[in-house]
Write a protein that binds this ligand. Structure first.
Ligand SMILES: [Zn+2]
Length: 85
């Protein structure tokens, strides 16, 4: 049996893996990641935001390729702990 493409089951598994790695990256930058939610009009995308500073990450899956974009995974959280000094 060959199944490919847009089965929601495999997409969900893929999302979970990348959500976890995106969360790890965000937490290393000081963010506290809120729940992942669906994006309006984009069935293959999800978004999450930092509950402290509101930085957003977009996770998008197309044809088995998953990409993450957004400040949540690239910029340090500035709404929480102040830097010493
Ligand atoms: Zn943050």
């Amino acid at each position: 049996m060959i199944s490919r493409g847009s089965e929601s089951g495999s997409d969900t598994a893929t999302f979970l893996v990348f959500q976890a790695s995106a969360e790890r990256r965000a937490e290393r930058l000081g963010h506290v990641v809120g729940p992942w939610v669906a994006v309006d009009g984009e069935p293959s995308a999800r978004t999450a935001r930092c509950t402290i500073c509101g930085a957003v990450a977009y996770l998008r899956s197309e044809g088995g390729l998953v990409g993450v974009a957004g400040a949540l995974c690239t910029e340090a959280c500035d709404g929480g702990a102040a830097e010493p000094g």
